[in-house]
Design a protein around this ligand. Structure first.
Ligand code: PAF
Length: 280
């Protein structure tokens, strides 16, 4: 596996691959890799001839400086996992390499970036769009692979791709979960053993809400999930919204839309966890 710190060197490698007629799949990450990321690499290798992974903790998407400072950085271990998974190249740039100048771009993609995570983490999605568009410019992949755990992020990236007219095909991949249902996340390592045993209640409650929803409205179902989880010590729901899976508009009734998703953010102690579930 090749490791590149320089964008120009990565581009030279990709140009050689393309000239030989090979397609390029891209998995953007912030490192601290786990089996969820590796599933994206495997999918990229199934669908493309080459798989390029970026490991870059993007400062522009952190609205909380403490969160940026404490974000786990484990490049040696990440590189080992990627080599083992069969990735062809990893891009591990400095901040200056990605942003030679301060990125002042504002991406106007509307509501998809304003609701839920957008409302609770101001500026977060603009930072995600800055870095993803910048990485797409460098890598110029045929396809880019994102995990469904960040359900809203995928909607935002798709909207950004439409806005800038990028030819990159966005591929969404299923959430990978622990045996007890907890969605894999780089943040899970921050949970204390007690919190780790409590956190699976999030997905358990989401699953139980599928039954509750059969007899109740989306609004009632949202409230039921929030109350169930808030009743558990150490859990505090930031939001739970049941939305149209494409527009992310809240639905009033189960008939409002063909694809309906529930998206949740819960604090487990100090650790902010997100998850989601499909109602239809
Ligand atoms: O999902 C992530 O890890 C990040 O938001 C991404 C897409 C790598 C951009 O920094």
């Amino acid at each position: 596996m090749k490791v590149f710190n320089s964008a120009a060197e990565l581009q030279a490698y990709i140009t050689t691959e393309r000239t030989a007629g090979r397609t390029v799949g891209f998995v953007p990450t912030m490192g601290a890799l786990h089996a969820g990321h590796i599933s994206l690499v495997k999918r990229a290798l199934q669908e493309c001839d080459r798989c390029v992974v970026s490991v870059f903790v993007n400062p522009t998407q952190f609205n909380d400086p403490k969160d940026l400072a404490t974000y786990p950085r484990t490049f040696e271990a990440d590189a080992l996992l990627l080599a083992e998974a069969g990735a062809d190249a990893v891009f591990h740039p400095s901040v200056e390499e990605v942003y030679p100048e301060r990125d002042e771009r504002i991406f106007e993609v509307g509501r998809v970036a304003e609701v839920m995570e957008g409302a609770h983490r101001p500026g977060h999605f603009n930072g995600v769009m800055q870095v993803v568009s910048r990485l797409f410019d460098i890598v110029r992949p045929d396809k880019a692979f994102f995990g469904d755990k960040d359900f809203q992020q995928i909607a935002v990236v798709r909207a950004m791709v439409r806005l800038i007219g990028s030819p990159v095909q966005i591929v969404d991949c299923p959430i990978v979960r622990e045996a007890d249902g907890l969605a894999l996340s780089s943040r899970n390592v921050r949970l204390t053993p007690e919190q780790r045993s409590i956190a699976p209640n999030i997905y358990r409650t989401l699953r139980e809400s599928l039954d509750f929803a059969k007899e109740h409205t989306p609004k009632e179902t949202e409230l039921w999930v929030i109350n169930q989880l808030n009743a558990i010590e150490q859990l505090r729901v930031e939001y739970y919204e049941i939305v149209d899976a494409d527009s992310l508009e809240r639905v009033e009734s189960w008939q409002d839309s063909l694809r309906i998703q529930g998206c949740i953010t819960v604090f487990c102690g100090e650790v902010r966890l997100i998850d989601n579930i499909a109602y239809k």
